[in-house]
Design a protein. Structure first.
Length: 95
């Protein structure tokens, strides 16, 4: 059920670029990384990490109340040190 104050056009439908239904836990391919995802507020590592996801298969960790698809990237530096980056995008950018 849509939230009362939801902007027009939201929530986005939970379908990918080909019209297939998607849900949390599905493995999707990130077809395109929109320029808005690598905005100025990301540091260089964050920008590089997000850009490197283009064309890769990733697991949907969440579909938020607006319909955006969330994925998480884990960067291993050593066996004991790692960083994670989570980001979201419109379902139209995945298949």
């Amino acid at each position: 059920m849509p939230m009362k104050d939801m902007p027009e056009g939201f929530p986005l439908p939970s379908v990918d670029a080909e019209g297939n239904k998607i849900k949390e836990g599905d493995v999707i391919r990130i077809d395109t990384i929109p320029d808005s995802l690598v905005a100025d507020y990301l540091d260089d590592e964050g920008k590089r990490t997000v850009r490197e996801c283009e064309g890769k298969e990733m697991k949907i960790t969440e579909i938020d109340e607006y319909g955006f698809v969330w994925v998480e990237v884990i960067l291993l530096h050593t066996e004991e040190q790692y960083n994670t980056h989570s980001f979201s995008m419109e379902p139209k950018h995945v298949t």
